[in-house]
Design a protein around this ligand. Structure first.
Ligand code: FES
Ligand code: FE2
Length: 348
């Protein structure tokens, strides 16, 4: 399987990385992470160039990592600094080091040419650092499905009525059509459901009891970043759709690690504009969101198994599939655009 390589991918919550080396797989590449003495994190290819033993089975010594098989030792730039019993270190004795950033509490790695690793291209949500909003770290869900199936799901407001009937949806939304906005590098699918009961999560945590106008905006940027804006206001109280922040609003952000062709990590967190100083509520709200995302996991994993059982099965396309299809074309186009440089790098 091919992936967009020239991009930043989230890997793991930074607070889970300590001095002990840990193994992670991103785009089918094994990577070892460990914390250096100054508190920053190193990311190296997790395969020793001698016999390919995973360095994550070795030991961190100072800022270096020692292979657990014959003791070749690498610094945090991936250069070999010691071969036990041998004085000459061959120039090719090195492992790849990955450009790394920590943002939103997550470790991000650049998987393409390190020269292109511009941190400004990491997923962005302006409200995260805005004092009028409250940002809460979420969790990581491991889903045994292709990452593009999860991307389809995260661009699909129509499933909410059925999959999340008690958490993020209500029956009122079933017949409301969705709208699509396309830009070169961004897809947004949205709909407003007018004069309807609030969804479970907003009734419970947002204090909305009467009838509301509510919205969902699902926003995608490559390679697999999602910002889902959901909110509500008392019916008729926000006539201008661009003034949503005057209502009760929450962004759930989902950034994905494609592990391989049938496994994806869904890292998520939320940013909200209501009850911003009530941190004691964070865990309960996150638990409701987690429950909802697990409802997707059940369906996506069953779809993956069915796709593997019957790879040639025919499917029909519905109107609600327009944005997911556009997303897949965008991903294909970006992969295609990377190929000449990738071929050149492989040849050199
Ligand atoms: S496999 Fe790592 S030193 Fe031999
Ligand atoms: Fe969902």
């Amino acid at each position: 399987m091919t992936y967009i390589k020239e991009a930043w991918y989230p890997v793991v919550w930074a607070d889970r990385i300590g001095r002990e080396p840990t193994r992670h797989v991103v785009l089918e590449e094994p990577i070892v992470l460990y914390r250096l003495q100054d508190g920053t994190i190193a990311a190296l290819q997790d395969a020793c160039p001698h016999r390919l033993a995973p360095l994550s089975l070795g030991k961190v010594k100072g800022d270096t990592i020692e292979c657990g098989y014959h003791g070749m030792t690498f610094d945090c730039s991936g250069k070999c600094v010691l071969i036990p019993g041998q004085e000459i270190i061959p120039a090719r004795a090195a492992v790849r080091a990955y450009p790394l950033q920590v943002r939103y509490g997550l470790v991000w790695l650049y998987m393409g040419n390190p020269k292109n690793a511009d941190p400004d291209r990491i997923f962005h949500i302006a409200q995260y650092d805005d004092p009028a909003w409250h940002a809460v770290q979420g969790d990581t869900l491991r889903i045994e499905c292709n990452y593009l199936s999860l991307c389809d799901n995260l661009l699909d407001p129509a499933h909410v009525t059925f999959v999340h009937a008690t958490t993020l949806g209500t029956p009122a939304g079933a017949s409301v059509p969705v709208n699509n906005d396309y830009r070169d590098d961004e897809i947004c699918v949205w709909r407003w459901i007018r004069n309807a009961p609030p969804i479970g999560v907003f009734a419970r945590f947002g204090g909305l009891t009467g009838m509301v106008d509510r919205w969902h905006y699902y926003n995608f940027t490559a390679p697999c970043y999602f910002r889902i804006d959901m909110g509500s206001c008392p019916t008729g109280s926000i006539p201008d759709m661009e003034r949503r922040s005057e209502g009760t609003q929450m962004y759930t952000c989902h950034v994905l690690t494609p592990v391989d062709g049938r496994t994806v990590l869904q890292h998520w967190f939320h940013v909200r504009n209501f009850r911003t100083d009530e941190t004691e509520m964070d865990a309960d709200l996150n638990a409701s969101l987690d429950m909802a995302f697990r409802e997707d996991k059940v369906i996506l994993e069953r779809i993956q198994l069915e796709e593997e059982r019957a790879p040639d099965a025919k499917r029909i396309v519905l109107g609600i599939d327009a944005a997911p299809m556009k997303m897949r074309r965008m991903v294909d186009r970006l992969i295609e655009a990377e190929q000449p440089a990738a071929r050149q790098a492989a040849a050199s």
